[in-house]
Design a protein around this ligand. Sequence first.
Ligand SMILES: [Zn+2]
Length: 206
Amino acid sequence: MVLVDVQGDFTVWKKGSLGVAGSDRAYVRRVKAALYDLKKKGLDIYATQDWHPKNHLSFFTNHPGKKPFEVIKLHGQDQVLWPPHCVQCTENAEILVDKSLFKLVVQKGMLMDWDSYSGFYVGGGTKTILESALKKEGVDKLLMFGIATDYCVKSTAVDGAKLGFEVTVVTDLCRGVDPKTSDKAIQDMPAAGVRVVESLDEVRIR
Ligand SMILES: [Zn+2]
């Protein structure tokens, strides 16, 4: 299974710069409880971590005169300008779950001029080692949850399906940036080959 970006800066619990609605302490507790349970049932847990240099071009602060959440063109594609977040080696870039739970942590967004919402890509089309690590272990089914439903969860799930994995997203363990785009992501993912369920109760583990 893949835990997506449960990092301080994306939670209100840690007063993150991009803390999304409902990402309180209770949410992180539920994520942790689910991970311990899944690990006990024999699943390996892979985690993604947004990991930007300070001068990253997804930060509005690196574009004089721009405001947070403005959209610009970067490499010909829409790029949301975010508040600075998940800056490498800062406290709020840390994943809020005991690292001993993870088989592997995959970092993304390290290239200054490329953003990456997907855990399968560093940015600019360069792959992380996630796909090869999963395939080496013979993993073909992926459970997925984390933050944010409408960006990194959606993108990682859709790419996972494209790369041949059977992906199931568990929505009650996800939190999104915006309710409208989160609802749209949940509606759109099945057409991209991603199974969407509300709760882990709907998933048969092995
Ligand atoms: Zn980011």
